[in-house]
Design a protein around this ligand. Structure first.
Ligand code: SF4
Length: 400
């Protein structure tokens, strides 16, 4: 108990210094200029996924297309996913839309000025509820994220493991007790200090810190040792074969099922690799099947010059993508043919569908590279293959 009072007293002591520092050192960011509940909400969800600089573009685009809660509630799923493309964690934006629908139904499209009501919305946890409540409504709730955990652990010299939920809970309770009237500014000053001065990797910039004189980590030379954070378990590795199927100018895309990883997003068809599905085996098999009705003597080699209109099947790019619990190690297989060949799109589609164990008819499309970029939300896991399509297109244009 005595320890808890000491911690709370230390937290309280930082408040005036941090508020003063924030006033003169805060970065000018689009969502800070007009911190409506909707703006804070959109920015906070985006900031959980990527760096401030990268968020700016996404944020502007999102608000231009969906300027308020009602527009978000009414947005088509394709538009929503396209606006989120590249940010990852697509369930977050889906939850935002669920929450927006609830806000339209129950609160006339407005975010209620009530922490508990905000916290009860889909996809909104303690942190986001605290940020919206304090920044947009000035309510006295903390918003404890990784930055705040790091800064406060260093200031108090805490050796509690910040990966533990109990550490976060305790910090939240202790900060609630010391929240000043300018709750939003105080929360943002902690986040800002963590993002610009009390940096996570390597040595923090203590000589620029407004609370250096109060900081236990600084006085004991432990600023790079703290906070304590137990390691995350390494993700499982999954090998996959990715099909880049190009028929004339069109590329084959597949929409994933509505459940599980990357649910409902478009992708290049892909399957787990194993002994029977390896790039080598599949390439050989496809080449064989796609040219099955071509007389033996006319089957050609693998180069562009050789193949004379026959489908070309070759090994494609290797790529890696790390999700939170699994790592995809992908190996591409590129299948190219001329559209002019009668029935080829259908035949190619049938072969790839068979290998990937099919899906409903409407979940497969042949699209141009331009349509792919503009209309279809393809997760960043496939960035290497999107680039590959661009490269093939460029080579073709140069050859013309
Ligand atoms: Fe972080 Fe250094 Fe400031 Fe302590 S003095 S809070 S370690 S930047």
């Amino acid at each position: 108990m005595e320890e808890q009072s000491k911690v709370r007293a230390m937290y309280a002591e930082t408040v005036p210094y941090l508020l003063h520092w924030y006033e003169f050192n805060r970065r000018i960011l689009p969502w800070r200029e007009d911190p409506t509940p909707y703006h804070v909400w959109v920015s906070e969800i985006m900031l959980q996924q990527t760096r401030v600089e990268a968020v700016k573009g996404y944020y502007d685009r999102f608000l231009t297309c969906l300027p308020d809660v009602k527009a978000l509630a009414d947005a088509k799923e394709e538009e929503l996913l396209k606006l989120w493309e590249g940010l990852g964690y697509y369930n977050r934006v889906r939850n935002m839309q669920k929450a927006a629908k609830e806000l339209v139904e129950r609160y006339n499209g407005q975010m209620p000025a009530d922490y508990e009501a905000i916290r009860a919305l889909p996809g909104i946890g303690d942190y986001t509820a605290g940020a919206i409540s304090s920044i947009a409504f000035g309510l006295p709730y903390p918003a404890v994220d990784g930055n705040v955990l790091r800064v406060m652990s260093r200031i108090t010299g805490s050796e509690e493991d910040i990966a533990k939920e109990s550490t976060k809970k305790k910090m939240k309770e202790d900060l609630t007790v010391v929240m000043p009237t300018r709750a939003g500014d105080f929360n943002q000053s902690l986040m800002e200090l963590g993002a610009t001065v009390c940096l996570p990797n390597g040595k923090p910039l203590c000589e620029q810190c407004p609370v250096m004189h109060l900081c236990k980590a600084f006085h004991t030379g432990r600023e790079t040792e703290l906070p304590v954070k137990s390691g995350k378990k390494a993700g499982r590795i999954e090998k996959r074969v990715v099909f880049l199927v190009k028929c004339g100018e069109k590329i084959l895309l597949h929409r994933r099922g509505q459940k599980g990883l990357l649910a409902g997003l478009w992708e290049f068809p892909n399957v787990p690799a194993n002994q029977s599905v390896s790039v080598k085996r599949v390439a050989a098999m496809l080449a064989e099947e796609l040219t099955a009705d071509v007389p033996e003597g006319e089957k050609r080699g693998k180069t562009e010059a050789d193949r004379n209109g026959m489908p070309m099947v070759k090994k494609g790019k290797k790529a890696k993508h790390i999700f939170s619990h699994v790592e995809w190690h992908m190996e591409g297989i590129t299948i190219e043919t001329e559209e002019a060949e009668v029935g080829m799109p259908g035949r190619l589609l049938a072969q790839v569908q068979r290998l990937t164990e099919g899906a409903a008819e409407e979940d497969w499309v042949f699209v141009t590279a331009e349509q792919m970029r503009e209309t279809y939300a393809i997760p960043s896991a496939f960035d290497a293959y999107v680039k590959e399509v661009g490269k093939i297109q460029e080579q073709e244009e140069n050859a013309e």
